[in-house]
Design a protein around this ligand. Structure first.
Ligand SMILES: Nc1nc2c(ncn2[C@@H]2O[C@H](COP(=O)(O)OP(=O)(O)OP(=O)(O)O)[C@@H](O)[C@H]2O)c(=O)[nH]1
Ligand SMILES: [Mg+2]
Length: 312
């Protein structure tokens, strides 16, 4: 029987093939190249660079171009989507990055308490970097590969930071989407007053040079590459193999019962309605469950359990 690693190899090889294509067939076109240049050019101009990574793949989701360009004292690593990752592994990864002299923190962008804690960490770090300056305005840049949650973090920090500063000015809103490549330009959002701190939300950048098939498959599974560029069937098989190997499949035995047990009535109705509509619209063959699996991966529903793809 094929294992998760063989499915990973097949998916990874397909993704790397796509990465070599120029133009619409690949993902690193002139727009992403320009975005990468714009992000890298801003590094000397900002006070702190917060590299956002996916907590399920803390190593593979690195934004490689930052490595040689940001000095450790102004480089923070933020592991986002901790709600989807294994908690004890995330803690180990945080220690690993701290041992490399990087400030590191794990968040769920949609959790208010996490974001409040993140805001105080960022404020404290800025204060440390600006020691000796009595009045200043600071800028923090969020950078990373696509779909790791930069815009979601930006919105949460902007909203919570402004409200706690009792500033009732009109709030801006960065577009958040389950598909990668949503943010096209760099935009600034205020996250604190006295002193003023601004955050820059930036477009995600993914190098076309991916180290190996294993990394490529992990990036595809966590949504860094547009689903339309990858064969859904290969993606679904790998996802299923990962779930099988982590025994998560036990949650699937009675899918409807699992949904009934763990979701509120309101969200259950919405979920099942979405599921049925999706199935009616998309399924052509009753035996083809790969579409259901792809839908489940995209929904990232918490009752599916977590899957951590990168051990330390
Ligand atoms: N479960 C979970 N989902 C998250 C979290 N943060 C972001 N997301 C979801 O991840 C998807 C991508 O979020 P975005 O904020 O658009 O990601 P991005 O890094 O700005 O993506 P690009 O603009 O393409 O570079 C969206 O569906 C978000 O709702 C998180 O902490 N937990
Ligand atoms: Mg974005």
């Amino acid at each position: 029987m094929a294992t998760a690693s063989s499915f990973a190899r097949r998916l990874g090889a397909a993704v790397r093939e796509v990465s070599l294509k120029k133009g619409a067939g690949g993902w690193y076109g002139p727009h992403m190249a320009a975005a990468e240049r714009a992000v890298l050019e801003r590094i000397p101009l900002v006070d702190l660079v917060v590299e956002v990574r996916d907590a399920r793949i803390p190593f593979t989701s690195a934004f490689e171009s930052l490595r040689q360009r940001v000095c450790s004292h102004k480089h923070m690593i933020l592991l986002n989507k901790v709600d989807l990752a294994n908690r004890s592994l995330t803690e180990k990864w945080m220690k690993h990055f701290e041992n490399q002299n990087r400030l590191c923190y794990g968040v769920n962008a949609h959790n208010k308490d996490n974001i409040k804690e993140l805001l105080s960490i960022v404020r404290a770090k800025i204060k440390e970097l600006k020691v000796g300056e009595s009045t200043y305005t600071a800028t923090v840049m969020l950078a990373g590969i696509p779909n790791v949650g930069k815009s979601a973090i930006t919105n949460s920090m902007h909203q919570i930071g402004r409200i706690s500063a009792a500033e009732k000015g009109k709030l801006k809103h960065a577009v958040v989407s389950p598909q990668p490549g949503e943010t096209k330009d760099i935009s600034s959002y205020k996250i604190a007053s006295h002193p003023n701190i601004y955050i820059l939300d930036t477009p995600g950048v993914l190098s076309p040079k991916i180290a190996d098939d294993d990394s490529a498959s992990k990036l595809a599974l966590t949504g860094t590459v547009k689903d339309s560029l990858v064969e859904e069937c290969k993606l679904a098989r790998y996802f299923l193999a990962v779930l099988n190997s982590s025994e998560e499949y036990k949650h699937w035995e009675n899918l409807k019962d699992a949904v009934d047990d763990t979701l509120s009535l309101n969200s259950r109705e919405k979920l099942m309605a979405g599921c049925h509509t999706d199935q009616k619209r998309r399924r052509q063959y009753s035996s083809d469950h790969t579409q259901d699996i792809t839908w489940l991966r995209k929904s990232q529903a918490s009752w599916l359990g977590i899957f951590c793809l990168q051990l330390i």
